[in-house]
Design a protein around this ligand. Structure first.
Ligand code: SF4
Length: 365
């Protein structure tokens, strides 16, 4: 059996290499994290980009089997922020020198929602003359909606594939016309056509998922030539059908370790993309985001959602930071990043290097 160091010495990582690393004993993985840190230094440097997260609404028309705000969860208390509240949260981000925000919500495609989001985007663009970059994470929409939101001021879009395997995707979602793997792939193509920097991602350690599935996910990201990734450990929510598998899952810490390996492997495979240190990592370990940064991530998303809504945007159990002011979270983060030799890039858009290289016709880093 090849050592991890031997595998990492190869020019290109193949499926069996990825499976071997994902299944390796913990004590074998030092070379992986060392390599990822070196690739990160030369690919994107030591700076960490901020994305202020605004959880606009937990109203969702879909019913994904793992999600706490699925439409079938009658226990969820639903909310939608007003246009004024959303623009005020964006202004707060701008004044705190965040270069960029993420607007996230459950998936809806009704005409009033689409028009409201368009107005919000125009309102945000007016702040500081377009100084704030906007990422949307609002699910599958028509190509026309993607184009309208892009023209109104959105720059990036995160649409997690959740599972690149159609078979696993089907097990994690209801088997109906609203939850089709093929539609999700089409939507990712439409986003690129509309001009966005495109991000995707998966859950890690989900029920019925294998190391081979995760290896295929990494190859899927590479083949799709993504600009950014948001992936993190699967965390169960008691009001979901997948909770029935909770007792058979590996411990949460193991899912976090696996997530850190996924981040490190992806950094080695795609040196110049943006990789987020996600909140789900912090939910398992208070230092999870910082560990992800050391493993290769370069983006963090402090939560700027008004406090009165935060408790209702619960995709999974034990979500952290529900009562923490964003200032506290950023200050703590900044101190920890400094300790590890990095720094926060205030006031910068932090566009994906991969996206910029593609736009200018250059090769990947
Ligand atoms: S994962 Fe997204 S689309 Fe699915 S139920 Fe949750 S919010 Fe809705």
């Amino acid at each position: 059996m090849k050592s991890i160091a031997e595998i990492l010495g190869k020019e290109s990582l193949e499926r069996e290499d990825l499976i071997r690393v994902l299944e390796a004993d913990e004590g074998e993985c030092g070379p992986l994290f060392e390599r990822a840190a070196a690739v990160k230094r030369s690919g994107v440097g030591g700076r960490v980009y901020l994305r202020g997260l605004i959880e606009y609404s937990n109203i969702c028309s879909k019913n994904c089997l793992y999600c706490g705000i699925r439409s079938g969860n009658a226990a969820a208390v639903r909310y939608e922020m007003t246009e004024e509240e959303t623009i005020a949260a964006a202004r707060h981000a701008f004044e705190r020198r965040f270069g960029s925000i993420v607007i996230q919500a459950g998936e809806r495609d009704d005409a009033p929602f689409v028009a409201r989001m368009e107005r919000i985007l125009r309102g945000i663009r007016a702040l500081g003359g377009g100084a704030l970059h906007v990422t949307l994470s609002l699910g599958e929409q028509t190509p026309d909606t993607y184009r309208r939101w892009f023209e109104a001021g959105a720059h990036r879009y995160l649409l997690r594939i959740e599972a690149s395997s159609p078979d696993l995707y089907r097990k994690l979602h209801p088997d109906d016309a609203r939850h089709r793997h093929a539609s999700r792939l089409e939507a990712l193509g439409a986003l690129r056509d509309a001009g966005y920097q495109v991000g995707t991602g998966v859950m890690i350690g989900a029920p019925m998922q294998t190391a081979a599935d995760l290896a295929d996910d990494l190859l899927f990201f590479r083949d799709l030539d993504v600009d950014m990734i948001g992936m993190g450990p699967y965390i169960e929510h008691p009001d979901t059908p997948l909770y029935a598998h909770a007792r058979r899952l590996p411990p949460a810490q193991k899912r976090l370790e696996l997530s850190l390996r996924m981040v490190a492997l992806l950094r080695v495979m795609m040196p110049d993309i943006n990789i987020a240190a996600t909140t789900a990592m912090q939910a398992i370990d208070p230092g999870g985001r910082e560990r992800a940064i050391l493993a290769g991530a370069n983006v963090v998303m402090p939560n700027l959602t008004p406090a009165r809504y935060r408790h209702d945007y619960l995709l999974y159990e034990n979500k952290p930071g529900l009562d923490q002011a964003p200032e506290e979270s950023v200050e703590l983060l900044e101190a920890r990043i400094r300790e590890s030799g990095g720094s926060i890039a205030y006031g910068e858009w932090g566009d994906s290097g991969r996206f910029l290289a593609r736009k200018s016709g250059g090769p990947p880093a």
